[in-house]
Design a binder for this molecule. Structure first.
Ligand code: SF4
Length: 401
């Protein structure tokens, strides 16, 4: 995977004051990917040191008021050319990790032009160009926020046919689901699920693996279904990977592995209806843009491409179940742009997003949706065929975090 990275984050002394701004998390990532370093301001021929610049409206001005917008544009375009020529913008998973807040590399927030440290919403000049090219651009803060540690293990919630990943864990501690707050005392696992959380490591990465879940179609409430997510959050997990078996909507997706890009909640339930009293959820009116964290999605796509694993991407529709979809329902989903249909995950993702967690959604489409021959056995049989690819994909993502 090739990643575009701000030179100052890598320790190059290219900032206006002649310093660098190295990020330990970004440097760790750089050790594991191919890096294309950029500094749009140096590319523009600006000197080191130089007077500080900030965004003022749609212009970029130095602290003395002189207008350097054209310099910054030229530097951004030259850096884009460099990224292109070094293969960092190739279709698939273009990713840029840039120094936040600067008038060139700032993502989402930039200094407001007052040179007082105040921030306003907006992107730097270079970031605007990259976004037009479809690049996933994140700041060093996102990389840091996704970095696992013993205090912040990666949670993995595994669905039908995917629980085998739990065997990879070097266990430190096990917890019976029935000891988890909010998990129903009478719940028993469906066939290949296990109701025992394992905390430990996979390839030295701290993880908390939940190798089974309960479903709305079993009669449980949205609050009960999402109890594992709340548990993971309170355990300290910041990243959560949901893996679920689904049906592929013919015409929009194929049987096989997929990365979820977004979701449509057709279950008629929502765990935030009972939000009052949920620790860390201050309001039920949660924005759902980027519920599936773009950075994690892009890493997963990059890993799949590097390892030669065939992976589709698409929108997941969660239905209540337990019956499968009618032809009319499948036609509706196709028209809505849905790629995958399943009976889990959507409520869990709502809860995880409300709790501020970084979400990666992976699916194994084990059948064409609505296929009347689908059974639990056929799901497990197809899952077995893709087990190795699924395992390599998850391990690859864990390695990059
Ligand atoms: Fe260069 Fe971007 Fe760092 Fe500014 S923020 S010094 S333009 S790499």
């Amino acid at each position: 995977m090739r990643v575009l990275v701000s030179d100052c984050l890598r320790g190059v002394a290219c900032r206006f004051d002649g310093s660098s701004k190295p990020s330990r998390s970004v440097k760790r990532l750089c050790e594991k990917v191919e890096v294309v370093g950029v500094c749009p301001e140096i590319a523009a021929g600006l000197s080191v040191p130089r007077p500080p610049a900030e965004q003022v409206g749609d212009r970029v001005r130095l602290i003395d008021g002189s207008d350097v917008t054209e310099d910054f544009r030229r530097g951004a375009e030259l850096s884009l050319d460099r990224a292109r020529s070094r293969g960092a913008l190739k279709k698939g998973a273009p990713l840029a990790v840039l120094k936040g807040r600067s008038p060139s590399c700032g993502v989402g927030l930039v200094y407001d032009g007052s040179h007082s440290g105040r921030l306003i919403k907006g992107d730097g000049v270079f970031v605007r160009l990259l976004k037009k090219e479809g690049v996933c651009v994140v700041s060093e803060d996102v990389v840091k926020a996704c970095e696992p540690s013993v205090e912040h293990p990666v949670a993995l919630v595994l669905g039908s046919g995917l629980g085998h990943l739990a065997k990879l864990v070097r266990p430190v501690r096990r917890i019976d689901y029935h000891d988890i707050d909010g998990f129903p005392a009478d719940a028993t696992p469906v066939r290949d699920h296990r109701f025992e959380l394992t905390i430990g490591t996979i390839d030295e990465v701290p993880v908390a693996v939940y190798p089974g879940r309960i479903h709305l179609y079993q009669g449980y409430s949205a609050a009960e279904v999402t109890s594992l997510v709340r548990h993971a959050r309170h355990l300290g997990c910041r990243d959560i990977v949901f893996a679920c078996a689904t049906g592929a909507v013919t015409g929009n997706a194929h049987v096989g592995l997929g990365i979820l890009t977004d979701q449509i909640n057709l279950t008629g339930r929502n765990p935030l209806i009972e939000w009052d009293g949920i620790r860390d959820v201050e309001t039920p009116f949660v924005g759902m843009v980027d519920a599936y964290t773009p950075y994690l999605r892009t890493l997963a796509r990059g890993v799949a491409d590097d390892l030669g694993i065939a992976v589709d991407e698409g929108v997941y529709a969660g239905v209540l179940g337990p019956c499968f979809e009618t032809p009319a329902e499948i036609g509706m989903m196709r028209a809505l742009g849905v790629s995958y249909v399943g009976m889990s995950t959507v409520n869990e993702v709502i809860m995880a997003h409300a709790l501020g967690m970084n979400v990666l959604g992976l699916t194994l489409a084990t059948n064409e949706s609505g296929d009347p021959d689908t059974s639990h056995e056929s799901v497990l049989e197809v899952a077995g065929r893709y087990a190795s690819d699924f395992e390599r994909l998850v391990r690859g993502v864990l390695h990059l975090l």
